[in-house]
Design a protein around this ligand. Structure first.
Ligand code: ZN
Length: 154
């Protein structure tokens, strides 16, 4: 990866880590799940509101953890808001692949724009321990959508 690209990625992560978006309790009633990553000490609660047509109308989180876990949660809440539940699940699947496989490729679908944004976090691929930090929020969102109250990466 080019050095200045890496620098840009780090800046984005630090920005989201320091000033997480949607870091709040939701205004409307919602489903929630708690997720923890004991390996790093990351802990968060993800709130998600879904309307009767399976649209995610709001997503937010609270918690504490390393910059990567906070940045990932922050970006995730921005990205999934306005999506269908099944689109959010497809994004989780793609993001997980992006963080674990060397040969992840975007396929020209509508999701590519979101994957491009998430790519700043895919550098964790080189640090397996960090993959759990980056995917914690997504695992927790997935649990909330499925009505599961609590998950752990261990
Ligand atoms: Zn972490």
């Amino acid at each position: 990866m080019l050095d200045d690209l890496r620098e840009l990625y780090q800046e984005v992560i630090l920005d989201h880590g320091k000033n997480p978006r949607n870091f709040r309790r939701p205004d409307v009633s919602s489903q929630e799940a708690a997720g923890k990553n004991p390996l790093c000490g990351d802990q968060l609660v993800v709130y998600v509101a879904v309307d009767k047509d399976d649209n995610i109308t709001d997503a937010s989180f609270l918690g504490k953890g390393c910059a990567i876990s906070m940045a990932s949660a922050s970006m995730m809440t921005e990205i999934v808001k306005g999506k269908k539940v099944k689109e959010a699940k497809a994004l989780f699947d793609g993001f997980h692949k992006m963080c674990t496989l060397d040969d992840f490729e975007m396929d020209g679908s509508d999701e590519d724009e979101d994957f491009e944004r998430l790519q700043v976090l895919s550098g964790v691929r080189q640090f397996p321990v960090r993959v759990k930090c980056a995917t914690l929020a997504w695992h927790t969102l997935d649990a909330a959508l499925d009505g599961v109250k609590e998950i752990s990466t261990e």
